[in-house]
Design a protein around this ligand. Structure first.
Ligand code: CMP
Length: 146
């Protein structure tokens, strides 16, 4: 069965690496079923990352995510959540370079915070974040179109 995940190209990767990342997404057989480019407001970034509210890097994370446009995509494919996470590689680019040198973070991330891409960690999160970013109307319209 097809699965959906939310992918985000973060502000640090938008200028130089966006097209390469989009090519990689399509080359790996994902369908991009929804897509939106936007500058997140502080409130949206805080809500998007609410699970990390207590982390010491939360404030920096929110500031970073608001500093320029992000591209948000719904990727549809079998096993999309896990596959997109594998393509991104680990959060820490130093670790990524050692364990998965072909991954996006190994190639494009500069540090743990500025790590170029985001992907939902599980199917439930994917559903919640897709609804948050694209809204119920979009999701329903897409379901009907399928
Ligand atoms: P992401 O996969 O989008 O989920 C949470 C984000 O918080 C993560 O990518 C990084 O951008 C950031 N992050 C996670 N761990 C750290 C850390 N130890 N220091 C700074 N930023 C972090």
């Amino acid at each position: 069965p097809k699965q959906k995940t939310l992918a985000v190209i973060k502000p640090d990767a938008m200028e130089e690496h966006r097209d390469t990342i989009l090519e990689e997404i399509r080359g790996r057989g994902f369908s991009v079923t929804q897509l939106k480019e936007a500058v997140l407001s502080r409130e949206m970034a805080e809500e998007f990352y609410k699970e990390h509210k207590e982390k010491p890097f939360f404030k920096q994370l929110v500031e970073f995510m608001c500093r320029g446009p992000c591209m948000m995509l719904v990727l549809t494919k079998e096993n999309a959540v896990e596959e997109w996470r594998a393509i991104m590689g680990p959060t820490d680019p130093d670790q990524a370079k050692m364990t998965s040198p072909d991954s996006l973070r190994a190639r494009f991330a500069s540090d743990m915070l500025h790590n170029s891409v985001h992907g939902s960690s599980n199917e439930l999160h994917a559903e919640e974040k897709i609804r948050f970013i694209f809204g119920d109307i979009c999701s329903d319209a897409e379901l009907t179109a399928d």
